[in-house]
Design a protein around this ligand. Structure first.
Ligand code: NAD
Length: 361
């Protein structure tokens, strides 16, 4: 199979971690008989330095013509970098918002996995972390409260602000379909999170999710109120497989879920549209404090590449091979500095990429 991938190395540690993800993908290609065709584009600060804007139309077109996009991370030190003296629409992050919008990436996937070897980093009590967890949060990304009408007014000296939470059934249906399809590739359980005891938008959410569930009889659906879900994530995270939720709830819950893993350098993410196309990137930022030092953990980006194999290319065996290589490297005691603990062998970014590649070969 030929895989056309646009790469966005980006800023800070971005180029280092993308290089390691490519190293791993190239070994997957050799082993399983695929051809990788990469095209790099500039985005964020790297694009500002060359073109004066964080994303050009040409870069969007290059991304659009690929099957998937693999990204490192964008942005610089927000207090010292000259990029942050520019108006907001010309800063690095505007590039990311621009590409998500241009490619209609409405589904955000954030896995939160607690690896046995990294249990010590989990901030939860030992009896909870001992069970481990492996969940994925499927968050609606382009609707709801963050995109509804908003205004601030003043009446008789009293300031008043209003934000609007709007969803139509089509927006709910397309994200629900993604949630059920992803659950079908995992343990076949969807927990749909809403606030249906209070909000009309949540009652519509619940009813559309139930309609979609009828097309996936092998997937179990349960509903959970968002306040309860926030508690369950720290009380019993092992119960979750796919958490399906709207934009604001997903924003908050996905950060909570990633924090309970305790390992920012391990967390992958993806944003998908209604085709197989997706943009895959680590959940962390560009870590300018450690850029260029060969100490960054490339695993979040490597795991994002595994998600790309699974969700954009339906190459489940290949994705499994990458995920298993990560588990093996951890079992063998290798750690980058961010996940280092007593008795483990410290390695840099490049060596971690080499170790992962060796285990796939
Ligand atoms: P950050 O995630 O870049 O860094 C937070 C801390 O985690 C730092 O100490 C960093 O060294 C460490 N860290 C992050 N990734 C690591 C890795 N792979 N290996 C080892 N250590 C790692 O967050 P920040 O410092 O708040 O943001 C830095 C820049 O990244 C900002 O410009 C911010 O806007 C940008 N950012 C970009 C994205 C994105 O591209 N999607 C996301 C978040 C932040």
């Amino acid at each position: 199979m030929e895989l056309k991938i646009t790469c966005i190395p980006g800023d800070g540690i971005g180029p280092e971690i993308v290089a390691e993800a490519k190293k791993v993908l190239n070994v997957v290609a050799d082993k399983f008989g695929h051809t990788m065709r990469y095209t790099d584009i500039l985005m964020g600060g790297a694009s500002i330095d060359v073109h004066g804007v964080p994303l050009t139309d040409e870069a969007i077109e290059t991304a659009r013509s690929a099957d998937a996009v693999l990204m490192g991370s964008i942005g610089g030190d927000t207090t010292t970098s000259p990029w942050y003296k520019l108006p907001p629409n010309l800063r690095p992050e505007a590039g990311l918002l621009g590409i998500r919008k241009a490619l209609n990436l409405f589904a955000n996937l954030r896995p939160a996995v607690l690896y046995g070897e990294l249990r010590g980093a989990c901030p939860l009590k030992e009896e909870i972390s001992a069970a481990g967890f492996d969940m994925i949060i499927v968050r609606e990304l382009t609707g709801g409260l963050y995109f509804g009408d908003r205004k601030t007014t003043e009446e008789n000296g009293v300031r008043k602000a209003v934000d609007t939470l709007v969803y139509d059934e089509n927006e709910i249906r397309r994200i629900a379909v993604k949630g059920f399809e992803i659950a079908g590739k995992r343990w076949k359980k969807v927990t749909s999170v809403d606030k249906a005891n209070v909000l009309d938008s949540s009652r519509l959410w619940r009813s559309v999710v139930e309609e979609v569930a009828k097309d996936y009889p092998d997937v179990t659906l349960e509903h959970m109120l968002v306040d309860n879900c926030a508690m369950q994530l720290v009380k019993d995270p092992a119960q979750f497989d796919v958490i399906l939720t709207e934009n604001m709830f997903g924003d908050i819950l996905s950060d909570e879920a990633s924090m309970v893993t305790g390992s920012i350098g391990m967390l992958a993410s993806a944003s998908l549209n209604d085709t197989k196309f997706g943009l895959y990137e680590p959940s962390h930022g560009s870590a300018p404090d450690i850029a260029g030092k060969d100490v960054a953990n490339p695993i979040a980006t490597v795991l994002s590449a595994a998600m790309m194999l699974r969700y954009s290319f339906d190459l489940d065996r290949e994705a499994d091979a990458v995920e298993n290589a990560v588990k093996q490297v951890l079992q063998d005691g290798y750690r980058t500095v961010d996940i280092l603990s007593d008795g483990c062998k410290r390695v840099g970014c490049k060596q971690m990429g080499d170790l992962l590649a060796e285990r796939i070969r």
